[in-house]
Write a protein that binds this ligand. Structure first.
Ligand code: SIN
Ligand code: MN
Length: 210
């Protein structure tokens, strides 16, 4: 389900790297996430104004983690429930960031989203970071999902593409501030995640360059 123009090109700055992680690398990443959530357990983020829970559960790797609650959307150094620091970003993900973006400055956050059943992610722009010159790199594991890529304004047109386990999306340059989201996952399409569903690992640089 790639709704692409006839030349199949992606918009400038956007990349969809199919099967960047092979089966072995996916298995390693899954193990690393399982280990991470023993120290940084899944939490349920909520919308700041309404208190409405998001349909995904979250955790993070990195010096900073992204959280959402009644105080707002933000990055913080500690888990919102345990107060402990987040586990480090796995080398496999740091390598993918450098290989796919050429960015020498490392990411300082990797948000982990867990989609199950009807969970989705509304259209949004990643804009809680200090410097939008840094890219966003987003890894899919487990079930297939319909990823939606819009424009830099909320109004469409939108492009929908099926992202699969091992695929990596890059939003950089002119695509960095594009609206994007996940319409739905296809439950049971790739049952490699313990507990089922889809994990999305999103790498970002939240702080300015060192
Ligand atoms: C996000 O933009 O935070 C998540 C995107 C995805 O799950 O693919
Ligand atoms: Mn995002």
């Amino acid at each position: 389900m790639d709704f692409l123009p006839p030349d199949r090109s992606y918009p400038s700055g956007f990349g969809l790297h199919r099967c960047h992680f092979d089966d072995q690398a996916q298995a390693e990443l899954i193990k690393t996430v399982q280990k991470a959530v023993t120290v940084a357990p899944w939490f349920q983020p909520t919308m700041p104004r309404t208190g409405q829970p998001l349909s995904v559960r979250m955790s993070n790797f990195g010096p900073l983690g992204w959280v959402a609650d009644h105080k707002g959307y933000r990055y913080q150094v500690h888990h919102p429930e345990t107060g402990a620091p987040w586990p480090p970003i796995p080398d496999l993900l740091l390598e993918a960031w450098h290989a796919l973006t050429g960015c020498a400055v490392p990411p300082d956050c990797c948000l982990i989203n867990w989609y199950q059943g009807t969970a989705k992610m509304g259209l949004h722009v990643d804009k809680d970071e200090a410097d939008y010159a840094f890219p966003v790199v987003s890894v899919s594991l487990g079930d297939d999902a319909v990823f939606v890529l819009g424009q830099t304004m909320r109004k469409g047109p939108y492009r929908r593409m099926m992202v699969k386990s091992g695929d990596v999306c890059v939003l950089a340059g002119a695509a960095r501030l594009r609206y994007h989201g996940v319409d739905r996952i296809v439950p049971g399409s790739n049952p490699i995640i313990p507990g089922g569903g889809r994990w999305n690992l999103t790498l970002r640089r939240a702080r300015p360059a060192p």
